[in-house]
Design a protein around this ligand. Structure first.
Ligand code: ADP
Length: 447
């Protein structure tokens, strides 16, 4: 096992990894920008190294600084968290070249899955059902219009390098194609340096269902069921739960086995998420994320496993500590994302936290790097905490969520807490009757 792990991240996810290290008796090294000198992850880690100025390109994304921090501290492995360098194949290669270990999949797996066209191609060959769409990239507007006409509108044009909801545009008709095609390309170019796009049938009423997978890199892989992340704003998740309120055990077993087999087949190592749209009883693959996801705690909640500990174990060459048969669902878990944002526009709201109080009690988990007097810097994303609740069933989890939200105090900045208070008043949230568009419609009429 490693003696020391460097966490190439900040915020709640850095804390999450430090906690796993501490329970495993492994030393932790935090890295931070000058804007994060007072951040909780710096305080909580065993050691810390300042790696640059506030701008993430010069700090959390600076590969030479992170490698240097490993060499200075003697850290043997790097956990990337999510975001930043977590899906950067070049980073993984450089880590290996320095005889360090990346806690995550191989550079090749990251490369294949990071390009949505090769990812879809690979999954199709592995027997995973995909959204109908273009065969590979679409280079010209003429081709795009021909494919749109053949497939039937609406269609969605997606940047192959896209992520975080960026580089995706819907064309409802041939008349909208030019604008959607050009915008998706431009967003791909400006956000990801790649203007290649492809086209998919746009599903009008799907749910977002994703399967948590885990492999040991030696041909063994399991699935840990699904998460339903249908409540989204601008293609970004705000409320996630496991198990999915509409997924049956038969469906879970079927799609879960397809995903686990696909991972076993490619010798996938570590945690991964295979994302699907789910409509009329069918699953359609959209993308794979080769990292720990923000919403992983709901899966941990219902299976009682520590996914970060598991990631560290397999990275060190140890076997997974569970088999598929060991994995039994217990109850229901829900996560809400607490962002420092001002409603109704969700504009970022950095600033000083005058008072912070985390909820507690049975079945409540608060993953956050906040503390009294902390100043949220303006340079990074607005996620400041995740409230995760677990109950014996979905109604109990919802009641617990309402109770825990009532105890949570975050003063000094605006947050998304009132959004969740309001959502919990909605009958559709209680019945689970929503698809990926529900929240956008609701926001238009309620905020
Ligand atoms: P990103 O990598 O930016 O997260 P995804 O491919 O994972 O992009 O898609 C994010 C979200 O966009 C999905 O959860 C869904 O809401 C929407 N979406 C993506 N593809 C389609 C599609 N073919 N039809 C309808 N909605 C889609």
């Amino acid at each position: 096992m490693f003696n020391k792990i460097l966490i190439a991240n900040r915020g709640e996810i850095a804390l999450r990894v430090i906690r796993a290290c501490r329970e495993m008796g492994i030393g932790s090294v935090a890295v931070h920008s000058t804007a994060d000198s007072d951040a909780m992850h710096v305080r909580m880690a065993d050691e810390s190294v300042c790696i640059g100025p506030p701008s993430s390109t010069q700090s959390y994304l600076s590969i030479p600084s992170i490698i240097a921090a490993c060499e200075i501290t003697g850290a043997e492995a790097i956990h990337p968290g999510y975001g930043f360098l977590s899906e950067n194949a070049a980073f993984v290669q450089i880590i290996q070249d320095h005889d360090l270990t990346f806690i995550g999949p191989t550079a090749d797996h990251i490369r294949v899955m990071g390009d949505k066209i090769t990812a879809k191609d690979t999954m199709k060959k592995l027997g995973v059902p995909c959204v109908p769409g273009s065969e590979g990239g679409v280079d010209t507007l003429e081709d795009a219009k021909r494919i749109g006409a053949e497939m039937g509108y609406p269609v969605i044009i997606k940047a192959t390098a896209g992520g975080g909801g960026k580089g995706m545009k819907v064309a409802g008709s041939a008349a909208e194609m030019e604008r959607a095609f050009m915008t998706a390309r431009a967003e791909g170019k400006s956000n990801f340096g790649n203007d290649e796009v492809y086209i998919e049938k746009y599903l009008t009423t799907p749910r977002h269902i994703e399967i948590q997978v885990f492999g040991d890199g030696k041909g063994n892989a399991v699935h840990l069921g699904e998460r339903d992340c249908s409540l989204q704003r601008r293609h970004q998740k705000v409320f996630e739960e496991a198990p999915g309120p509409t997924i049956t055990q038969e469906e879970r077993d079927r799609i879960g086995k397809i995903c686990a087999d696909a991972c076993a087949n490619i010798n996938y190592i570590g945690a991964g998420t295979i994302e699907f749209l789910y409509e009329n009883g069918e699953f359609y693959f959209i993308e794979m994320n080769t990292r720990l996801q923000v919403e992983h705690p709901v899966t941990e909640g219902i299976f009682g496993v520590d996914l970060v500990r598991e990631q560290i174990r397999v990275a060190a060459g140890l076997p997974m500590s569970f088999t598929q048969d060991d994995l039994k669902i217990n109850g229901h878990a829900i996560e809400v994302r607490i962002n420092a944002e001002r409603l109704p526009n969700f504009s970022p709201c950095p600033g000083r936290i005058t008072q912070y109080h985390a909820p507690g009690g049975l079945g409540v988990r608060m993953d956050s790097a906040l503390y009294d007097g902390y100043s949220i810097p303006p340079y990074y994303d607005s996620l400041i905490g995740k409230l995760i609740v677990h109950g014996r069933d979905r109604p109990e989890a919802l009641a617990r969520l309402r109770r825990a939200l009532g105890e949570l105090i975050v003063d000094g900045v605006d947050t998304t807490i009132p959004l969740f208070d309001a959502l919990l008043q909605e009958p559709d949230i209680h019945s689970g009757n929503y698809n990926i568009h529900w929240l956008e419609h609701w926001l238009e009429t309620h905020l």
